[in-house]
Structures are given as C-alpha cells and as structure tokens.
Design a protein around this ligand. Sequence first.
Ligand code: GPV
Length: 841
Amino acid sequence: VESSIPEHMREAWRKFSASGFKTTDEFEKEVVKHIETTLARSLFNCDELAAYSGTALAFRDRLVIDWNKTQQRQTFADQKRIYYLSLEFLMGRALDNAMLNVGLKNVAKDGLADLGFRIEDVVNQEHDAALGNGGLGRLAACFLDSMASLNYAAWGYGLRYRYGIFKQEIENGYQVEIPDYWLDFNPWEFPRHDVTVDVQFYGWVNKYTDENGKQVTSWQDGEVVVATAYDVPVPGYGTPTVNNLRLWSSKAASGEFDFAKFNAGEYESAVGDQQRAETISAVLYPNDNLERGKELRLKQQYFWCAASLYDIVRRFKKTKRKWSEFPDQVAIQLNDTHPTLAIVELQRILTDLEGLEWDVAWDIVGRTFGYTNHTVLPEALEKWSVPLIQNLLPRHLQIIYDINLFFLQQVEKRFPKDRELLSRVSIIEESQPKMVRMAYLAIVGSHKVNGVAELHSDLIKTTIFKDFVRIYGPDKFGNVTNGITPRRWLHQANPRLSELIASKVGSYEFLKDLTLLNKLEAFADDKEFKKEWAEIKYANKVRLAQHIQKSTGVSVNPKALFDVQVKRIHEYKRQQLNIFGLIHRYLAIKGMSPEERKKLAPRVSIFGGKAAPGYWMAKTIIHLVNKVGEVVNNDKDVGDLLKVIFLEDYNVSKAEIIVPASDISEHISTAGTEASGTSNMKFVLNGGLIIGTLDGANIEITREVGEDNVYLFGTLSEDVEDLRHKHFYSKTDFNPELKKVFDFIKSGAFGDQSAFSALINGIVDHGDYYLVGDDFDSYCKTQDLIDEDYKDQDAWVTKSIQVVSRMGYFTSDRCINEYADTIWNIEPLQVKEEDEVRART
Ligand code: GPV
C-alpha cells in the first residue's frame, strides 16, 4: 500500500480526523455549511429541496466516516467476505433510513425545525432509488440492510442504471410509462473514477503454443467498454458498520471520443461508439418474472459480472494467498440466474489468465458460488441462444461447452446408458437454435442451491430440478425462507407502532431481535393497549385516505375496511380474481335491501402495481380496475359501501404509506406459482391480516401466526396440475357467479366490452391456466367471512396484535444468518462494544 501516509507523519491526520455531528447545534452547523458552500445557496433561497440536499449531505458525511472505518476494519480482519450479485437493488429512499440507522433522527428533526422546516416534508423531497422491479430487487435491499446490521463483511454488486423502473401514470384508465431519470442529484453515490475495469465483448479465440511450449488460450481483438465504480454506503442499524454497494456504470474505452475516428472526420461514428457503450448501463429491464432474451440484456449481465469478478479477484490478490484459499475468502451469492456468467468468468480467469488446471479451477469455482432460485415459472427461466453467446462472448461459449462435457461425463458414469437423462440435464438444449439453460449452469457451478420459501424449495426439488437432486443428492438443495428488514418496514414506515411496541417490550431491541415481539402476546387483550393499537392503525388509514384523495380525487372513509393488493401486475398473482370478486360484490350490493346492506363492512379496495410495458394482459387488468373504479365510485346508491381505487406508480416510498394502513391484504396467487412473496410479511408485521392461497411464504406465515388468524382459500398446489388437465378436456361446469360477472362486463358496464374480451376468453375458452374459475367461489365466501369478522372490531384488534407478536421469524436478519451458516460459512465481524453503544445513542 504505497499510498498510505508514513507512521511519523500521521499526527495531523489523527488530530483533524473527521468525527461527525452529534448534537442539534452541530447538525445545524453542518446543514447550513452544506447549503451555503456545497450548494451555493442561502437562507434567501432555501426551499425544501435545498433543505433535503443539505440534510442528506450532512448525514452522508456521518456515514462516510463510519464507512471508511468499516472498510479498514474489514481489510485488517482479512476474513471471508460475502459478495451479493444482483441485477436489481430496490433501495427506495436513503435519508430517513440513514437517520434512523445512525440513531440521529430526533436530532435532525429538532435541527430542521430550528431552520424552518418539517422533517417529513424534507424527507419527501428524495427521489426513490428504484433500480429493481419488485420482490427480487427489494429482497436484495433488505439483505444489504441485514448484512450491515449484523456486522457481516458484505458487498453488493449491481448496475448503475441511468433509468430505473419507469414511472407509471394512468391516463383514461390505461398505464402510461414515463422514464425515471433519477441521477440529477444523488448525494448517496460516490463516483470512483480511479476504480475502473476494461470489459471485452465480441472478438475471437486464439489458441496457440508459446515459445516455452505452453498452451495459451487468448480472447482477443474484441471491443472494450469501461466499467466505472459508483459506491453507495449501506448503514447498519445500531452498529457502526457501513457496508458498500458497488454499482457499475459503462462508458466507451477511449473516454470522450475515439480520436482516430474523430481526426478521420468520422465525428458521428465516434459519438455513436460512445453512446453505444453508455447504453449498456442505461436502463433497467422492466420485466418481472419474465426473460426475453435480448442481446443488450446479455451485455448488461456480462459487463456487470466481469467488472465485479475482476474487482473481487483484485481484492483477493492483495492478500497474497494461494488460489486454493479463494473460497475461504470469497462467497459469491447469485441472485437468480442473472449473474450466472460470473461462474464462467471465474473459470476463465483461473484457467486462461492465471494458468490453473481445469479441475483445480473448477473446484475453486464450485466452492465459491451459491445460487438462489426465485421462480418456477417457465417463462422466467433464463435461456440464451448459443449463436448470441458465440458472437458476444466466444471464449465463454467454449468454456460452457467444456463445463457441460465434463458434467455430462460425470452423469454418464453414475447413470450409464440413460440417454434421456443426459439430454434432460444437458446445459445445452438441443433446439433450433441451441439454447444455454442458465439455471442448469448455475446449479452445476455452485455448491448450494436454495429456494426462497419451504413450498417453493420443495417444488424445485420435485419439478424443475428433480434430475439434479438425483445426480448431486438432496444436500445440495436447501431452503432459506425470505425475510424483510423490520427497520424500514416497521420502525421507519410505522414509527408510532414501533414506539408503542417498544414501550411494552421494554426497548427498541426488538428491531435487532425480532423474536422479542412475542412479549406483545401478553397485551393482546389489554384494553388500554388495544385502544392505542387501533388508534395508530386508524391514523395510518387517515394518512392513506389523504394520499388517495390527493392522487385520485376520490374521498374514502378511513373507518371502512381497507383491502389492499399492491404488487407487480401479473396473471399468476391474480389481480383479475380480486377485481372480478369486486364486480360480484358490486352486483350483490345493488341487489340488496337496506337491511342486508347493514351486514356488510364498508370497504375500500386498493390496487397498485406496474405492468411490464409489453405485457398486454397485465395492462388490460389495470384498465379494468380503473374502469370498475369509475363506475363504482360514482354510484351514489353504493356510497361508502364500496370504493375501488387504483393508486398510480406503486414504489417503495408509497409502500411505506400503504402497508401500515391495511386491514386486509391480498396474496392470492395460484398455488405453486409465487415463490415466496414478501409483502405478505410486511403487511402482517404492521398488524394487517391477510387473505391468501396456500402458496409461498403464506404457508409459513400461517404456521407462525395461527390458522385462525389467516384467511386461506383456494386450490392446493398438489391439485393444480390435475385441474388444468381437466379444463383442457371439459369446459362444462363453469362457475355461474363468475359467469354473471362476465356477462355484466360484456353488457358494456365498464365501457367497450371488447377491451376485456381477451381477459375473459383466457378463462372461459383457453383453459383458465391460473384457475380463476376454480377458486372464485371460495374466494368470495372468504371475503364474506372477512366482512363478518371485521364488524367485531374488538376481536379483530386482538388478532392484529397476536399476528404481530408472532412475526419474529420473518426478519431478514434470521434469513441472512441462515445463508451465513448453511451456504457462506461465514461469521460476523466483531465490532468493539463501545462503538456499538456509540452508534445506538
Ligand atoms: I425470477 N421475483 C421477482 O420479483 N422478480 C423476478 O424476476 C423473479 C422473482 C420474486 C418472486 O416472484 C417472489 O415470489 C419472491 O418473494 C421474490 O422474488 C424474492 O424471492
């Protein structure tokens, strides 16, 4: 480390080393300094955005101090590190989280008030960091929070998209996509212009014997794109650990212009090269649970894997260890198959560049990687065409073929003459064109494969990866049920509830050990406590009602039952079942006498979520929800009994308002299709009950909180296949109540019926793949039961307290500790106790 200051010259450094504010005065001084100097503004032109910027910069300084120390501590400790590779990190806002995690939100609140601002208004200025689609990306963000909070030495690696997930607007009931340019002012990232990696594409493979008689394989004459690192600090809660999220940004190799071309008068083409390179990290692909095989997406994947691997290997080499120790220093977790090329890239580095024998290298690779699967849906399983890889990454294709050859030889030895088996498990699918099955490559190149909830982990073992369980044995396959961070999803989103809980369980320690919530159980019948509990839920509903009023113009009654379904729009998640159920309810209300109407609980049904821009059926569902809302919400005869709301642009910061305000939320996927779901956990942790199918983590939530506290309905996953089969052969006994709903739509009640015909035909004529017809009846009956139960508010509040008290298991801290124990083989890094105490006060 030549750049470090010699020991005898360090006195001034120690004397002036930055220490960060602690008091309100010190905070205000920092904010004013940043506003006046960094931003060059003054008290004469300081709006809320400037106040946000100044506050963010003040907190950023605080974080950076601990961040630097954390990185030093981890380097000196010289222990194993975790590298979490994810194409998505759905971080949301950073300021509120930073304030809470370093324990200085109250200081900031008082300071901002002194300076003339309300902290909520300031916090609301921040643009969400929306570098993800849905659950998979948000899971990565929760994991970063947990890894920092538990003091694991961990890095996230991703792409610095210039455009995150699009902003959704609703125009005449249709989704319209607006680009999300979010980097205008982002105080949370640090460009590291000195940390760059050259990444190669295209070119050809040269195999030759050098002058010493050594076999050399060289990938050459490709096009080079430069990856530049942008680092984002990730603060832990109640600890001085601040980990690093490293995001790569692409630009052309020669910097601004290719001067040769420029001088030759090819100005346009030089700028074109520049733009083509920058395109790689320009935009997040907006598909959730769907892969479309686009070349640019493959470029993104390799660009990010190559840069990250180079960085990881560079760090390892500084330790001067032998290659055989690489897996003792490095654990790389693959968030789905998107980073599978990292396996191939490490094998290439070790063999072609470092000269290791194939088998030695392959053993190191296998011990390094773990692969997490997040879906069984066939359309989401990645396959890349061989010609595409051949052209873009010719050397990698050869390595993939070799990996496959050795793997199939191994299978052949254990299961001689089973040709069928060989063709089933081959990494190369013999189709036209040939395809590389990325999940199979990920399994073969990892030492552990895990699913994300019990049912899902069982399903991958018995369906899509069945043959691999035979080949490798069951121990290679495991389960780590997902979790969520209680810091953001309880403490930050629902501060009053967090405070009430803390007052009963004794302290905020439950945010670090969520099982302590079980102490609440004792208060589930405590009258005074229940009153406060209910008041907080009501206040959260009032806040959401205000947001609904502002964004849709519809007034809703906060005393009504709030029924929420917010998540990506997808046929398998069955928002269509929900909206058909609501049309059924509307028709029922219209036919009721005043007496019958009294039995109902007034209800506000709230939808939110984005459809992939090319997913036509999902867009149709959004359209129908909006049209139903127009009719129902303007029907005076129905009034408060039913309102149907579509909230536009659902994202992390909106979830923080919506989640604490729900009475019931919907997790109603066709059994066997939702790998886990994580919003189910968020809602229950905030005292909302759920209606759901026996799918994903719903099953484990039910086990924890008790069957009486969950509204379950619908087909079981083991019966799904048979039913689908039956639909194929007979369409006779179609649900009559659902047919009435379809007839009503067809009558033009919600505008031109042809807009919705594909949605209806998919169910009536095309096999009803997601079993909407089969589950409709039990869904509606279960909703009726909810009406009945909701009217007994006293019993409802007891349930609400009970479920929260039993949610300890679903913290992402538990989840990360399981990964650490069963996959990464890593322990947290000890932090001195005095530092911990300092961080908490
Ligand atoms: I694959 N998931 C996602 O959000 N996007 C994807 O492309 C894929 C999976 C989700 C699953 O659908 C959820 O069930 C799961 O809870 C989440 O990943 C995190 O594991």
